[in-house]
Design a binder for this molecule. Structure first.
Ligand code: PLP
Length: 372
């Protein structure tokens, strides 16, 4: 069988990610591949670190992109910071807290779950109670922006409570970075991971991470080896660490890194505050349209993410048929519910490059047409 080249259709991506990729990023990715130890590439890596420090608002020296999707960044945080026998408090208010639990248990540790309703922020009082009940807990993990529901948690308060009980903090910022404030140093987050395919509008497959001094200290004084060779930061740092000497660890995804570099340059050009304000404005416009159509948001207004709009499926509507028609007639992708929300909600993303008036109008017009 003769198979020809793959040419995907041009879609508008307004689901939970990947989001629409800025054409500047695709163009950057098509530039010539050079060696991952080429001095020109190495100076690009230094710029990348500086750009990520800007995006995360941190001075952390260990700030870099993990070669793998958001899940690889998540796993990097857990395998390096958790040792067998540890107790870790995991806050769960959606799908991704559940993945954190999986990570903790696969590290041979015990996960103490702090459960909140899906569609709500993490309740700081419940975290406080769990830490009082488990003084042996060494780590607290939570999702800042729960993509499965569109709820945003108060990261600064959660980190403060964790530190008051001598626990370090792992934060998931996959959907928040670039869309809403993420202030790693101000909030004193010890370890954070994100993704490229949401509000950075880059292609999927890389995970920016950042680790503070306390986290590095904990990693340095581990009693056991990190069980993942690929994600062991002691080894990865030989390539991504600072200083002139960079040693081969794995072949870096060169062209994907060109893309992330460009995405971060675009973010710097716009400015963080301006990017956050644009996401908020587009959310307000979408919200006004949804409400005029009688659609209801899942998350209370004060806990809502502008970049991930979860709305309840109106009674009697075949939600999968609506999504299929949007894709067929409008080349428009919106997201289905995930996990416990499956079949109950749609998730409409306004992320990065896709958070623009044209997308808002397209989504409102198309949905109105399909639902009428
Ligand atoms: N964490 C959150 C909050 C996410 O939304 C996602 C992906 O949607 C992930 C982690 C996992 O990222 P990836 O799918 O890039 O592995």
């Amino acid at each position: 069988m003769q198979i020809s080249s793959f040419h995907p259709p041009v879609r508008t991506l307004m689901g939970p990610g990947p989001s629409d990729v800025n054409p500047r990023i695709l163009e950057a990715m098509s530039r010539p591949t050079i060696g991952h130890l080429d001095p020109v590439f190495v100076s690009m890596m230094d710029e990348m670190k500086a750009l990520l420090q800007f995006a995360f608002q941190t001075q952390n020296a260990l700030t870099m992109p993990v070669s793998g999707p958001g899940s690889a960044g998540m796993e990097t945080c857990f395998v390096n910071l958790v040792e067998p026998g540890d107790t870790v408090i995991v806050c769960q208010n959606g799908v991704f807290g559940g993945r954190m639990k999986e990570n903790v248990e696969r590290c041979g540790a015990t996960a103490v779950m702090v459960e909140d309703p899906w569609g709500r922020a993490v309740d700081p009082h419940k975290l406080e109670d769990a830490l009082k009940a488990h003084p042996e807990a060494r780590l607290v993990a939570f999702v800042h922006a729960e993509t499965s529901t569109g709820a945003q948690s108060d990261a600064k308060t959660l980190a403060e409570i964790a530190h008051n009980h001598d626990a370090l903090v792992i934060m998931d910022a996959v959907t928040s970075l670039g869309g809403t404030p993420v202030m790693i140093d101000d909030w004193q987050i010890d370890a954070v991971y994100s993704g490229t395919q949401k509000c950075l509008s880059c292609t999927p497959g890389l995970s920016p991470v950042s680790f503070g001094e306390q986290a590095l200290n904990r990693i340095k004084h581990r009693k056991t080896k990190v069980q993942s060779w690929f994600m062991d930061l002691n080894l990865v740092m030989g390539y991504w660490g600072s200083g002139a000497k960079r040693a081969y660890h794995h072949t870096a995804p060169i062209n994907a890194l060109y893309g992330l570099h460009e995405a971060l340059v675009i973010l710097q050009e716009e400015g963080l505050e301006q990017a956050w304000a644009r996401h908020a404005r587009m959310h307000q416009a979408l919200k006004a349209g949804f409400e005029a159509m009688g659609l209801r948001f899942v998350v209370p207004e004060a806990e809502r993410l502008p970049q991930l709009n979860a709305i309840s499926i109106p009674q009697g509507v075949d939600e999968a048929a609506v999504r299929a028609q949007l894709l067929q007639d409008y080349d428009l992708e919106i997201g289905a519910g995930l996990g416990a929300m499956s079949g109950k909600i749609w998730r409409v993303g306004l992320m990065g490059f896709g958070a623009n008036p044209k997308n808002v109008r397209l989504c409102l017009g198309a949905l109105e047409d399909v639902l009428s």
